[in-house]
Write a protein that binds this ligand. Structure first.
Ligand SMILES: CC(C)(COP(=O)(O)OP(=O)(O)OC[C@H]1O[C@@H](n2cnc3c(N)ncnc32)[C@H](O)[C@@H]1OP(=O)(O)O)[C@@H](O)C(=O)NCCC(=O)NCCS
Length: 126
């Protein structure tokens, strides 16, 4: 069963990774999976040579903002107006990555053995 996912976009000529989407199944939220996924994003981006992760988040998504802030993301720039289909604005967050330093913080209830990352060297699951 898939309980959550995170999608990161990385480009060959950029050291900035973009956390494109992150979501945890509604019945599985608030048990640390979001933390695990977000930290895995940092790990994977660092492993690919990135020095920063950026993301956009809906201006009223306070739960997501709390998660990102807790894991070292800071807001930057002005809100982007009319970013979402319903006209809501987005706030941009970024986090500097430090090569060689793992940012894994595993909450007690979470089970990181379930976290599987895909990168360009791995085939997608069958
Ligand atoms: C944002 C989202 C990904 C967070 O995922 P999550 O799995 O609930 O995140 P976590 O469980 O790691 O942390 C969330 C909260 O649970 C708390 N928590 C973490 N581990 C815990 C544990 N073992 N016991 C109790 N609470 C815990 C965290 O402190 C955090 O508390 P807060 O909401 O008061 O800040 C999830 O809410 C989601 O999928 N939302 C819908 C999609 C979305 O908004 N995506 C973000 C787009 S930018």
């Amino acid at each position: 069963m898939v309980v959550g996912s995170a999608v990161i976009l990385m480009r060959k000529r950029s050291q900035i990774a973009r956390l494109y989407s992150i979501a945890v199944k509604s019945g599985c939220q608030r048990s640390g999976i979001g933390h695990l996924l977000t930290n895995e994003v940092s790990r994977a981006a660092t492993a690919h040579g990135c020095t920063e992760v950026r993301l956009e988040s809906r201006i009223d998504n306070v739960r997501a903002h709390a998660l990102f802030r807790a894991l070292g993301y800071t807001p930057f720039g002005a809100p982007i107006p009319d970013y979402y289909a319903d006209g809501a604005s987005a706030i941009r967050f970024r986090k500097q990555l430090r090569p060689g330093i793992s940012s894994r913080v595993v909450p007690e209830k979470a089970d990181n053995s379930k976290i599987r990352s895909l990168d360009s060297n791995q085939a997608p699951p069958g």
